[in-house]
Design a protein around this ligand. Structure first.
Ligand code: SME
Length: 151
């Protein structure tokens, strides 16, 4: 996809999720199914934060062993511990990484917040190095806001 196609795909997905009449888990699953249509998004999932544990919620892609991740562990747990989104170009360079698939090269984690509290995160894996950038982060932040409002 070139930049224009990517921008249009992001707008299409934000529109579909915003206009959907779904709520809660069903909306989150619908959103993940929408993300699955993007060529570089090879695994798309939501983790819910409850206490100090991230629990796997809606997702599309292969089943993963990492259904519960403590805060501080892996890319997902680091995002919560540092209160910061994570954009990883090449997961092979990380020591604190929890592998879901041997094919994964890049990963992006965007926090979902409600009333300034972290309630979860969107986690995407890509099979190519450097699959995600600031545009993906901004898009996923907007998606996170829609999901948080109808959590
Ligand atoms: N890679 C993540 C674990 C979740 S899987 O990507 C689905 C991490 O290091 O936290």
């Amino acid at each position: 996809m070139n930049q224009t196609e990517k921008t249009m795909a992001f707008a299409r997905i934000l529109g579909a999720v915003s206009e959907s009449e779904l709520n809660g888990f069903d909306l989150r699953q619908f959103a993940m199914d929408q993300l699955d249509t993007l060529p570089t998004y090879d695994w798309s999932g939501i983790y819910r934060l409850e206490g100090q544990i991230l629990y796997l919620d809606a997702y599309t892609g292969a089943a993963t062993d990492h259904t519960e991740i403590p805060v501080g562990r892996g890319v997902c747990g680091t995002a919560v511990a540092e209160d910061a989104n994570q954009v990883i170009d090449d997961v092979r360079e990380l020591s604190n990484y929890l592998s879901c698939s041997a094919f994964t090269r890049s990963e992006i984690v965007v926090l979902i917040r409600k009333d300034d509290e972290i309630i979860g995160q969107i986690d995407i894996d890509g099979h190519t190095v450097g699959a995600f950038d600031k545009d993906d982060e901004k898009f996923l932040e907007e998606l996170a806001e829609v999901l948080a409002n109808r959590w």
